[in-house]
Design a protein around this ligand. Structure first.
Ligand code: FES
Length: 298
């Protein structure tokens, strides 16, 4: 079998998205319940800023249809009173909005530098070979969509694979194969960390903000030894983080900053250059009485 390359997959995704954005879309395919839930999402945002609800609304659409269809785009545009072009701009910007049908499980393999070098590239290639799919493509049985992902914010467990955004840490080609075979066989292996697995549509509903007691999984294990090593070391050594209080810049540093700022070329398009030299004067600078810093007395 000839496997599709990433660029083939990219062209296919582009073609699919162009086709979808070309279709007018029908917002009425979403029923009363979805409209009511969309209204709940919009109500979370301040009056006059309803378009901020677009991100969770798109997850709600994916929870219904498995991806963002032209109908989903029309639905969001209709309910937020914005244009379909505005919705499409968001859909095509973020990789978590899928533009072709997604499988029951979205398997994301981190191929960013650290994971890639520690085996993520091999895992992605091996899974693609086994499943017969390229990036962002779905197996014929509709079980798995494979995607390569940028850093999944779990570098201390590299290489990382997530399934519907739950973590499977320290993967190898063999363990990743075992994982996808189990998923295709109808099993739901427990993630190394995070809540038990659910389907892609179910996790999209959670991301849209609709939880049940089970899906919240309050007992889920969310951190592990590598995450906490730094904290334990700091406790052992009696170290603590410096306070967030802004340190006062001494006169010499302020002078150097001002000189640097003056030497930097600006154009009419630059934002005003703000440095410590342009900060408002603090009462202490002008000899006025200063408020004591908390816990430091006078
Ligand atoms: S590089 Fe893979 S999780 Fe950060």
């Amino acid at each position: 079998m000839t496997l599709p390359t990433n660029s083939d997959a990219g062209r296919e995704n582009f073609r699919t998205s162009v086709i979808q954005l070309d279709r007018p879309g029908d917002p009425s395919v979403f029923g009363e319940q979805t409209r009511a839930e969309a209204a709940q999402i919009i109500a979370r945002y301040p009056a006059g800023q309803s378009r901020s609800a677009l991100l969770p609304l798109l997850h709600l659409v994916q929870s219904e249809q498995g991806y963002v269809t032209s109908d989903g785009i029309a639905f969001c545009a209709d309910i937020l009173d914005i244009t379909k072009a505005q919705v499409s701009a968001v859909v095509t910007f973020y990789t978590m909005y899928k533009r072709s049908p997604t499988g029951e499980y979205l398997v994301s393999v981190c191929t960013n530098t650290l994971c890639g070098m520690l085996g993520g590239d091999d895992i992605f290639a091996a899974l693609g070979q086994t499943l017969g799919v390229g990036d962002n493509q779905t197996t014929e049985d509709g079980t798995i969509t494979l995607e390569h992902a940028e850093c999944l914010a779990a570098c201390d467990y590299a290489p990382i694979v997530t399934v519907n955004y739950e973590f499977f840490d320290n993967q190898t080609v063999a363990s990743a194969h075992k994982l996808v075979n189990a998923l295709r066989g109808g099993e739901r292996p427990m993630p190394t960390r995070g809540a038990p697995l659910c389907s892609f549509k179910q996790i999209e509903r959670q991301i849209a903000g609709f939880h049940t007691a089970e899906t919240l999984a309050p007992d889920a294990n969310t951190s592990g030894v590598p995450t906490e090593i730094g904290v334990h070391l700091a406790v052992e050594r009696g170290e603590s983080a410096p306070s967030y209080a802004v340190e006062r810049t001494d006169a010499r540093t302020a002078e150097a900053s001002a000189a640097r700022a003056a030497s930097q070329p600006t154009s009419a398009h630059d934002a005003p250059l703000e440095t410590s030299a342009s900060d408002e004067q603090h009462p202490q600078d002008s000899g006025g009485a200063a408020e004591p810093e908390p816990g430091k007395g006078t």
